[in-house]
Design a protein around this ligand. Sequence first.
Ligand SMILES: [Zn+2]
Length: 161
Amino acid sequence: MSGKSRNFVRIKDLEEKMSDEKLTKHDIAYMKMAHEWAKLSYCKRKKVGALIVKDRRIISDGYNGTPSGFENVCEDEHGLTKWHVLHAEANAISKVAASTQNSEGASLYVTLSPCKECSKLIYQAGIKKVFYAEAYNDMTGLEFLKKAGVKVIQIKNDDGQ
Ligand SMILES: [Zn+2]
């Protein structure tokens, strides 16, 4: 009896693992949209786009930029990113917070893997899967997400094209 149930759990785990590793056409399409969103950013150093999807619906979107009402300039006179610039995923998560939606169990599609600060927000916002395109040079954020039980999947720019 106990042997049977253990076996059952193992097969379930395997199925879950397989379905997570296989990208759907929707995953690829959402990532393409995230790339389109990135183009909307007025930041010069780096343009990043993000979408939050829940139950096959886009519940939020964002790109990196200054908060609403602030001048649309991300870099200071030395070309450095201003401290108050919000990252794409932080913008998308804040938009959910200001709406009637919630991101519990949602997926995030972001063109650059999340930084440490955003990773904490992603986890705390209840997001369960993170799809990213380009890997950020600091992988601490991704490591944190994996440790926290968030599924992290890369969709490279040439996937599905
Ligand atoms: Zn960030």
